[in-house]
Design a protein around this ligand. Structure first.
Ligand code: F3S
Length: 896
């Protein structure tokens, strides 16, 4: 089953899928490509000596009969943005200290597989509206993040497998697509040189974008990434694989973003949460890789682990276009063809769990909002939907304002005024056709003398410098600038909540008038409180739509019947006057594939900025922590407690629990652990002030993730979080029992800890949806939360809770805390916890409040053997440390 193939003047070894299938009495052509990649991973690592059993491989051959069975995977590489990556590296630094303090060899704590850390999540739009904004924002980013970046520079020399893509280069997933991903990897081993599929996990939920390039990958919490980069097997349950047959063509005036929003809405409706989606069919074959990337990027929004497009001619076209060298191109093709990983045009589809048909010609110009990416509407419906929601109550999804509200206009702000228009997010900035369309709208509007109202904050944050180059060659950068869309930096901005301050007059008008103002962005997330604290209505659309709404200055414009505004000649200008044709876009596309463009942009000499080179950083194996630092505080996760039985400890603590907070459906990780601005009047803000940090220097929660004192106080403290224990209140407040006192969540947690009670969280459906954010789990653990009971969990957050030793529990189907009549005032007594975790037996809960007694059953959401082991050890930090101290780590990682 181990074969060789010739490539580039040498012979490469590989685990032959077709031969393995034959030996197993199967036909590899029946298998979805994602299952083929997983099979290859098990077969090769078994050949390399990893702990992979024949039974595990056998179960994967019969994958549809064993949903949820453990797969011990070994990923080829890990990518991380600075936001989740810095805490991982901080943990490694602390782990080195812990190993050294216990008498071990700190040098053994190192990365075992290639790790790329891309600094893209710390950019904020402080400056905008002129060509100097890009440099000024970058300088401000370095000022704000000085300590973090010095730490990162230390890490760059301290961990041998780590490569850092420095600030100002681009957005993680776009850089991965354009530059980092080899598609097929190679490794020299003692016996031979091997070839194998690139396979990546990333500390960011939109990692699945790389599936557009035929590279299997998905987002994980930093906690999982940490274990994987240390060489541990990454355990993943055998997935359901849903085939999505795409047919029809995206037809003008719709753009790829509209198709992605349509797919998101359809797949959300079909229910693909936790599944792997594989695209096939005539339209899937013809889509370019950038178009596939826009669709693959939104996998978290449709709830899937990934949306995969197998390797084919389009993959090669893109690899060629982005400057992968001839040898790599030859390797990709030769390997994929030799090992049944190449999809030929028109081939028969493999056997999927189920098939969903989507007609791309049904895509229409769309917007999704005002709060969720799956709430897509045709553009024609947006105005009426907004007006309807304006007076609807909050619980019904409205904004709850009175019906006599003043309508907005291009002259005066009112409800529905667009105060923020951001061309942002790797979802779209990696796709030249939608970026060129935005430039063309800007250019056509300019020609008619139409520009946006001054109060609309505008920004253009490309995901790589290639975008600026082709927009410039097309003469469209100038048009965008003339419309106020100047490049403000290369990184995640509005999409990740780093919008920066609004125009001052707009902010004042919104605050004083209590206005429901809007943001339009070409991102993929629009949850409440994420985009900007003053903006309650947030809409996602294509970059061209972002320019249009900026021009209109209001969200409730009926584009069909109302003009965007008057042109220079006083005549009304309509959407149809400025919308580009497909031919116009297609004529410019070759500029985005200009020879040498990507080689130039990713020339190693241009990847290292002077400002980074000049940064002074410590060196050496162990990091010298500064006790005064409010950015980098040694984390408390790696404390040795010899002989501790974590499960017995959990069971004992859950004999008396208290409800710390109770939530409805769709609580996001952003609600649990916010990422944006730190308000001065919150416990986190007050902690910083108490430690001498002025509010102007707070930076964001993301930037303070390496300070657990701040992050613990921020947990369950999003300004928009609604805790049912304090109805009608938004923010990190709860009711403490039995006192009945209203107080900050962190204070209530402290009071329960002091009383010897375990904190428990009650949730609804899809608990922990949204971005992968390990601080949502770390913060919960540090608050003393020992269990979360919800109706259902989002995949990454559930795994992260287990990774931190917090027990995720599901109510019985059809039950929930509301249906059971729990009020939160009860004490909770859990029975049979250890058997519930280890054997999947029901866990018995008795809730008592005076004479009121409610008894119900819950099930531990600890899904794999590896997760059960983690719960028994108390989570990943304890497990990893034990591995180093007991010397099991070296054996574990030998096969990497
Ligand atoms: Fe992409 Fe950054 Fe948004 S990674 S999805 S632009 S936060």
């Amino acid at each position: 089953m181990i074969q060789s193939f010739p490539c580039c003047g040498r012979t490469l070894r590989y685990a032959d899928l077709s031969a393995a299938a034959h030996a197993a009495g199967r036909d590899i052509r029946d298998y979805p490509y994602v299952i083929r990649v997983l099979l290859e991973n098990l077969l090769r690592h078994r050949a390399w000596g990893a702990a992979v059993t024949a039974e595990e491989i056998g179960r994967l051959w019969a994958w549809r009969e064993h949903p949820g069975a453990d797969l011990p995977l070994h990923v080829a590489r890990v990518i991380m943005p600075d936001s989740s990556g810095l805490p991982v590296l901080q943990d490694l630094a602390a782990l080195r200290d812990a190993v050294a303090q216990a008498g071990g060899d700190a040098a053994r704590v190192d990365t075992r597989i290639p790790v790329d850390l891309i600094v893209d999540h710390s950019l904020q739009v402080d400056y905008w509206g002129d060509t100097g904004a890009v440099q000024r924002n970058l300088r401000r980013e370095f000022e704000r993040n000085d300590e973090r970046y010095r730490f990162l520079k230390w890490a760059q020399q301290a961990f041998k497998g780590l490569r850092v893509i420095t600030p100002g280069i681009g957005i993680i997933h776009q850089v991965n697509l354009e530059y980092l991903a080899p598609v097929v990897a190679r490794q020299s081993r003692p016996d031979a040189e091997w070839a194998y599929p690139d396979f990546v996990i990333g500390g960011d939920s939109h990692t699945p974008m790389i599936n557009a390039l035929g590279v299997l990958g998905w987002g994980v919490g930093g906690i999982d990434a940490e274990a994987a980069l240390l060489g541990h097997a990454y355990t993943f349950p055998i997935p359901e694989v849903v085939g999505v047959r795409l047919h029809g063509a995206i037809t003008a005036p719709a753009l790829t973003t509209d198709a992605a929003l349509l797919i998101t809405q359809r797949l959300r409706g079909e229910g693909v949460v936790g599944c792997m989606v594989e695209f096939f069919g005539p339209a899937a074959e013809t889509l370019s890789v950038p178009e596939r990337a826009t669709i693959a990027n939104m996998a978290p929004e449709y709830g899937a682990t990934c949306g995969f497009f197998p390797i084919d001619e389009r993959t090669l076209d893109y690899a060629r276009m982005t400057g992968r060298d001839a040898e790599q191109l030859a390797l990709i093709e030769a390997y994929a063809r030799s090992n049944s990983l190449w999809r030929a045009a028109g081939e028969t589809a493999p056997a999927y769990s189920r098939v969903i048909e989507i007609d791309l010609s049904a895509a229409r110009p769309s917007m999704a909002g005002p709060r969720r990416p799956q709430d897509r509407m045709d553009v024609a419906e947006v105005a009426a939907d907004f007006r309807r929601r304006l007076t609807m109550s909050l619980p019904d999804g409205g904004f709850g304002v009175d019906g006599t509200a003043r309508p907005p206009s291009r002259e005066v702000l009112g409800h529905g005024s667009v105060a923020l228009a951001a061309i942002t997010s790797c979802t779209n900035t990696s796709n030249p056709s939608v970026m060129l369309a935005a430039g063309l709208v800007a250019q056509k509007a300019l020609a008619r003398g139409l520009t946006p109202p001054a109060w609309v904050k505008r920004s253009l944050a490309p995901g790589s410098r290639a975008v600026t180059r082709y927009l410039e060659s097309a003469g469209l950068l100038q048009a965008l600038q003339a419309q106020g869309f100047h490049v403000i930096g290369y990184g995640c901005t509005t999409c990740g909540g780093k919008s920066g301050p609004l125009d001052t007059a707009a902010a004042d008008a919104i605050t004083q008038g209590g206005l429901v103002a809007a943001a339009v962005l070409s991102g993929n997330r629009n949850f409440e409180g994420r985009i900007h604290k003053l903006l309650r209505a947030n809409y996602i659309g294509s970059p061209a739509m972002v320019v249009l709404y900026a021009l209109a200055g209001r969200i409730d414009l009926d584009f069909e019947h109302e003009p965007l505004g008057p042109g220079a000649d006083g005549a009304p200008v309509y959407l149809r006057d400025v919308w580009p044709s497909q031919e116009e876009i297609a004529a410019l596309l070759p500029l985005a594939a200009a020879p040498g463009l990507f080689a130039d942009v990713y020339d190693p000499a241009s990847l290292d900025s002077t400002i980074w080179r000049d940064l002074k950083a410590p060196s050496g194996l162990r990091f010298p922590w500064d006790p005064q630092s409010q950015y980098l505080v040694e984390p408390p996760f790696f404390k040795t407690e010899p002989g501790r039985d974590a499960l017995a400890d959990l069971e004992a603590s859950l004999t008396r629990g208290r409800v710390l907070a109770a939530f409805g459906d769709s609580l996001t990780t952003d609600h649990i652990s916010p990422s944006g601005e730190i308000p001065a009047d919150t416990p986190a803000g007050m902690y910083l002030i108490g430690n001498g940090v002025a509010p102007r220097d707070f930076n964001t929660y993301v930037a303070r993730r390496c300070n657990h004192h701040v992050m613990t106080r921020a947990t369950f403290a999003n300004i928009r979080i609604k805790n049912a224990l304090v109805p009608g209140v938004e923010g990190g407040v709860t009711c403490h029992f039995p006192s009945g006192q209203r107080m900050a969540v962190v204070d209530a947690a402290e009071a329960y800890r002091a009383a010897g009670d375990a904190s428990v969280i009650l949730g609804g459906k899809d608990y922990g949806m949204g971005s992968s954010r390990d601080w949502a789990a770390k913060g919960s653990a540090l608050l003393g939360v020992r269990a979360v009971i919800a109706e259902s969990f989002e995949r990454i957050h559930r795994a992260n809770l287990v990774g931190m030793g917090v027990l995720p529990l599901a109510f019985a189907p059809g039950e929930g805390w509301r249906q059971l009549g729990l009020t939160g005032a009860e004490t909770l007594r859990f029975g049979n916890v250890a058997n519930g975790v280890l054997k999947g037996e029901p866990i018995d809960v008795v809730a008592e409040d005076g004479a009121r007694r409610i008894r119900f059953l819950v099930h531990a959401q600890v899904l794999t053997r590896a997760e059960r082991k983690l719960m028994a050890e108390g989570g990943i930090p304890a497990s990893v440390l034990n591995g180093f101290l007991n010397d099991t780590e070296a054996a574990d990682a030998a096969h990497c």
